[in-house]
Design a protein around this ligand. Structure first.
Ligand code: ADE
Length: 238
Protein backbone atom coordinates (compact mmCIF):
# COMPACT_ATOMS: atom_id res chain seq x y z
CA UNK A 1 0.00 0.00 0.00
CA UNK A 2 1.31 3.51 0.79
CA UNK A 3 3.94 4.65 3.31
CA UNK A 4 1.51 6.30 5.69
CA UNK A 5 -1.89 4.66 5.54
CA UNK A 6 -5.30 5.46 6.84
CA UNK A 7 -7.27 2.26 7.35
CA UNK A 8 -10.99 2.65 7.93
CA UNK A 9 -13.03 -0.19 9.39
CA UNK A 10 -16.78 0.05 8.84
CA UNK A 11 -18.61 -2.13 11.37
CA UNK A 12 -22.38 -2.31 11.84
CA UNK A 13 -22.83 -3.64 15.36
CA UNK A 14 -21.13 -2.53 18.56
CA UNK A 15 -20.94 -6.17 19.74
CA UNK A 16 -19.05 -7.13 16.58
CA UNK A 17 -16.57 -4.28 17.14
CA UNK A 18 -16.12 -4.39 20.92
CA UNK A 19 -13.29 -6.98 21.19
CA UNK A 20 -11.46 -5.18 18.36
CA UNK A 21 -11.95 -1.75 19.93
CA UNK A 22 -10.54 -3.05 23.23
CA UNK A 23 -7.61 -4.82 21.57
CA UNK A 24 -6.47 -1.75 19.63
CA UNK A 25 -7.50 0.77 22.28
CA UNK A 26 -9.14 2.97 19.65
CA UNK A 27 -10.70 6.02 21.28
CA UNK A 28 -14.02 7.57 20.41
CA UNK A 29 -14.05 11.07 18.91
CA UNK A 30 -17.46 12.15 20.24
CA UNK A 31 -19.74 13.96 17.82
CA UNK A 32 -17.31 13.68 14.89
CA UNK A 33 -20.04 12.79 12.40
CA UNK A 34 -22.90 14.78 14.01
CA UNK A 35 -25.76 14.91 13.12
CA UNK A 36 -25.25 11.51 11.50
CA UNK A 37 -25.65 8.49 13.77
CA UNK A 38 -22.28 6.92 12.88
CA UNK A 39 -19.44 7.06 15.43
CA UNK A 40 -15.68 7.44 14.94
CA UNK A 41 -13.00 5.66 16.97
CA UNK A 42 -9.33 6.09 16.17
CA UNK A 43 -5.76 5.50 17.11
CA UNK A 44 -2.31 5.76 15.63
CA UNK A 45 -0.17 2.68 14.91
CA UNK A 46 3.29 4.05 14.23
CA UNK A 47 2.83 6.40 11.29
CA UNK A 48 -0.47 4.80 10.32
CA UNK A 49 -3.96 5.94 11.29
CA UNK A 50 -6.42 3.23 12.32
CA UNK A 51 -10.03 4.38 12.27
CA UNK A 52 -13.19 2.47 13.13
CA UNK A 53 -16.62 3.73 12.11
CA UNK A 54 -19.70 2.18 13.69
CA UNK A 55 -23.06 2.74 12.02
CA UNK A 56 -24.54 3.96 15.32
CA UNK A 57 -27.96 3.31 16.82
CA UNK A 58 -31.59 4.16 16.34
CA UNK A 59 -34.51 3.20 18.61
CA UNK A 60 -32.01 1.61 21.00
CA UNK A 61 -30.58 -0.90 18.53
CA UNK A 62 -27.55 -0.93 16.24
CA UNK A 63 -28.25 0.36 12.75
CA UNK A 64 -27.74 -2.71 10.60
CA UNK A 65 -28.48 -2.75 6.89
CA UNK A 66 -27.60 -0.98 3.68
CA UNK A 67 -28.94 2.52 4.37
CA UNK A 68 -26.91 3.14 7.52
CA UNK A 69 -23.87 1.42 6.00
CA UNK A 70 -24.03 3.69 2.93
CA UNK A 71 -24.33 6.82 5.06
CA UNK A 72 -21.43 5.74 7.30
CA UNK A 73 -19.22 4.85 4.33
CA UNK A 74 -19.93 8.08 2.47
CA UNK A 75 -19.21 10.17 5.56
CA UNK A 76 -16.10 8.12 6.39
CA UNK A 77 -14.59 8.42 2.92
CA UNK A 78 -15.32 12.13 2.63
CA UNK A 79 -14.05 13.00 6.11
CA UNK A 80 -11.22 10.48 6.62
CA UNK A 81 -10.02 9.84 3.06
CA UNK A 82 -8.93 6.28 3.84
CA UNK A 83 -6.47 4.38 1.69
CA UNK A 84 -8.37 1.19 2.44
CA UNK A 85 -11.90 0.53 3.73
CA UNK A 86 -12.34 -2.74 5.59
CA UNK A 87 -15.88 -3.99 6.15
CA UNK A 88 -15.63 -6.31 9.08
CA UNK A 89 -18.61 -8.12 10.54
CA UNK A 90 -20.57 -11.28 10.93
CA UNK A 91 -22.33 -13.20 8.20
CA UNK A 92 -24.37 -16.25 7.46
CA UNK A 93 -22.38 -19.06 5.84
CA UNK A 94 -23.41 -22.22 4.02
CA UNK A 95 -22.39 -25.62 5.32
CA UNK A 96 -22.72 -26.89 1.75
CA UNK A 97 -19.79 -24.53 0.99
CA UNK A 98 -17.75 -25.86 3.90
CA UNK A 99 -18.40 -22.99 6.35
CA UNK A 100 -18.37 -23.52 10.13
CA UNK A 101 -19.44 -21.25 12.98
CA UNK A 102 -16.80 -18.57 13.78
CA UNK A 103 -14.78 -19.29 10.63
CA UNK A 104 -13.27 -16.09 9.20
CA UNK A 105 -13.33 -15.46 5.47
CA UNK A 106 -11.94 -12.76 3.20
CA UNK A 107 -14.31 -11.55 0.47
CA UNK A 108 -13.26 -12.20 -3.11
CA UNK A 109 -16.33 -10.56 -4.70
CA UNK A 110 -19.55 -8.84 -3.59
CA UNK A 111 -23.13 -8.65 -4.80
CA UNK A 112 -26.74 -7.98 -3.73
CA UNK A 113 -29.24 -10.86 -3.61
CA UNK A 114 -32.54 -9.11 -2.93
CA UNK A 115 -32.79 -6.48 -5.64
CA UNK A 116 -35.16 -8.03 -8.13
CA UNK A 117 -35.55 -5.56 -10.97
CA UNK A 118 -37.27 -6.66 -14.18
CA UNK A 119 -36.03 -5.37 -17.50
CA UNK A 120 -32.93 -5.62 -19.61
CA UNK A 121 -29.38 -6.67 -18.74
CA UNK A 122 -28.45 -3.15 -17.64
CA UNK A 123 -31.05 -3.18 -14.84
CA UNK A 124 -30.07 -6.70 -13.86
CA UNK A 125 -26.39 -5.77 -13.76
CA UNK A 126 -27.08 -2.71 -11.62
CA UNK A 127 -29.32 -4.72 -9.26
CA UNK A 128 -26.68 -7.39 -8.64
CA UNK A 129 -23.91 -4.86 -8.03
CA UNK A 130 -20.84 -7.08 -8.37
CA UNK A 131 -18.56 -4.25 -7.23
CA UNK A 132 -14.77 -4.56 -7.23
CA UNK A 133 -12.87 -5.64 -4.12
CA UNK A 134 -9.31 -4.64 -3.22
CA UNK A 135 -6.84 -6.27 -5.62
CA UNK A 136 -4.62 -7.35 -2.72
CA UNK A 137 -7.37 -9.40 -1.04
CA UNK A 138 -6.38 -12.69 -2.64
CA UNK A 139 -2.70 -12.45 -1.66
CA UNK A 140 -3.67 -11.41 1.88
CA UNK A 141 -5.99 -14.41 2.25
CA UNK A 142 -3.35 -16.76 0.86
CA UNK A 143 -0.51 -15.39 3.00
CA UNK A 144 -2.58 -15.44 6.20
CA UNK A 145 -4.35 -18.74 5.46
CA UNK A 146 -7.92 -17.43 5.31
CA UNK A 147 -10.55 -18.96 3.03
CA UNK A 148 -12.28 -16.67 0.59
CA UNK A 149 -15.91 -16.27 -0.43
CA UNK A 150 -18.32 -14.04 -2.30
CA UNK A 151 -20.13 -11.60 -0.01
CA UNK A 152 -23.86 -11.45 -0.76
CA UNK A 153 -25.91 -8.64 0.72
CA UNK A 154 -29.61 -8.16 1.40
CA UNK A 155 -31.77 -6.12 3.74
CA UNK A 156 -33.03 -9.04 5.84
CA UNK A 157 -31.51 -11.49 8.28
CA UNK A 158 -33.75 -14.27 7.02
CA UNK A 159 -33.54 -15.76 3.55
CA UNK A 160 -36.54 -16.16 1.27
CA UNK A 161 -36.53 -18.77 -1.54
CA UNK A 162 -36.16 -15.98 -4.12
CA UNK A 163 -33.02 -14.75 -2.27
CA UNK A 164 -31.55 -18.26 -2.25
CA UNK A 165 -32.19 -18.60 -5.96
CA UNK A 166 -30.21 -15.42 -6.72
CA UNK A 167 -27.46 -16.44 -4.27
CA UNK A 168 -27.10 -19.85 -5.92
CA UNK A 169 -27.26 -18.51 -9.47
CA UNK A 170 -24.53 -15.96 -8.72
CA UNK A 171 -22.23 -17.84 -6.37
CA UNK A 172 -22.96 -15.96 -3.12
CA UNK A 173 -21.33 -17.52 -0.03
CA UNK A 174 -21.13 -14.99 2.82
CA UNK A 175 -24.59 -13.55 3.51
CA UNK A 176 -24.61 -10.17 5.22
CA UNK A 177 -26.64 -6.96 5.38
CA UNK A 178 -24.09 -4.26 4.51
CA UNK A 179 -21.20 -5.42 2.33
CA UNK A 180 -22.48 -4.53 -1.15
CA UNK A 181 -23.78 -1.14 0.00
CA UNK A 182 -20.34 -0.29 1.40
CA UNK A 183 -18.67 -1.55 -1.78
CA UNK A 184 -21.04 0.54 -3.88
CA UNK A 185 -19.97 3.74 -2.12
CA UNK A 186 -16.29 2.70 -2.28
CA UNK A 187 -16.65 2.14 -6.03
CA UNK A 188 -17.84 5.73 -6.51
CA UNK A 189 -14.62 7.03 -4.93
CA UNK A 190 -12.33 4.28 -6.29
CA UNK A 191 -11.48 3.49 -2.67
CA UNK A 192 -10.33 -0.12 -2.30
CA UNK A 193 -12.43 -2.35 -0.05
CA UNK A 194 -11.50 -5.49 1.86
CA UNK A 195 -14.06 -7.78 3.54
CA UNK A 196 -13.29 -9.65 6.76
CA UNK A 197 -16.33 -11.75 7.70
CA UNK A 198 -16.97 -14.28 10.47
CA UNK A 199 -19.79 -16.82 10.40
CA UNK A 200 -22.48 -16.65 13.12
CA UNK A 201 -25.03 -18.94 11.48
CA UNK A 202 -25.40 -21.45 8.70
CA UNK A 203 -28.13 -20.47 6.26
CA UNK A 204 -28.66 -24.09 5.19
CA UNK A 205 -28.62 -25.66 8.68
CA UNK A 206 -32.38 -25.54 9.18
CA UNK A 207 -31.86 -23.70 12.52
CA UNK A 208 -33.72 -20.48 13.32
CA UNK A 209 -31.33 -17.78 12.04
CA UNK A 210 -31.73 -15.15 14.76
CA UNK A 211 -31.31 -17.73 17.53
CA UNK A 212 -28.18 -19.16 15.91
CA UNK A 213 -26.84 -15.66 15.21
CA UNK A 214 -27.39 -14.54 18.83
CA UNK A 215 -25.84 -17.70 20.27
CA UNK A 216 -22.65 -17.33 18.19
CA UNK A 217 -22.23 -13.56 18.01
CA UNK A 218 -19.67 -13.35 20.83
CA UNK A 219 -17.50 -16.19 19.46
CA UNK A 220 -17.59 -14.79 15.93
CA UNK A 221 -16.68 -11.30 17.21
CA UNK A 222 -13.66 -12.71 19.06
CA UNK A 223 -12.64 -14.50 15.86
CA UNK A 224 -12.91 -11.16 14.03
CA UNK A 225 -10.65 -9.50 16.59
CA UNK A 226 -8.00 -12.20 16.20
CA UNK A 227 -8.25 -12.10 12.41
CA UNK A 228 -7.99 -8.31 12.32
CA UNK A 229 -4.85 -8.32 14.46
CA UNK A 230 -3.23 -10.41 11.72
CA UNK A 231 -4.77 -8.38 8.89
CA UNK A 232 -3.51 -5.08 10.29
CA UNK A 233 -0.04 -6.46 10.98
CA UNK A 234 0.04 -7.72 7.38
CA UNK A 235 -1.07 -4.40 5.92
CA UNK A 236 1.40 -2.39 7.97
CA UNK A 237 4.31 -4.61 6.95
CA UNK A 238 3.46 -4.23 3.28
N1 ADE B 1 -25.24 -11.46 9.67
C1 ADE B 1 -25.00 -12.57 10.36
N2 ADE B 1 -25.72 -13.62 9.90
C2 ADE B 1 -26.44 -13.15 8.86
C3 ADE B 1 -27.38 -13.72 7.95
N3 ADE B 1 -27.71 -15.00 8.02
N4 ADE B 1 -27.91 -12.93 7.02
C4 ADE B 1 -27.57 -11.62 6.93
N5 ADE B 1 -26.72 -11.02 7.75
C5 ADE B 1 -26.14 -11.77 8.71
Amino acid sequence: MVNTMTICYIIAMEAEAQPFIEEFDVQEVPGFFAPLPCRLFETQIGEHRLTVVLNGKQHGSDLVGCEAASVATLAAIQRLQPDLVINCGTCGGFKSEGAHIADVFIGNAVMFHDRRVPGDDAWGTQALGNYPVWEGAKALAKDLGFGMGKVTTGSSLDMQPCDLQIIQENGGQLKDMEGAAIAFVCSLFSTPILFVKSVTDLCDSGAETFEEFSKNLAAASLALRDANKRVIEYLIKK
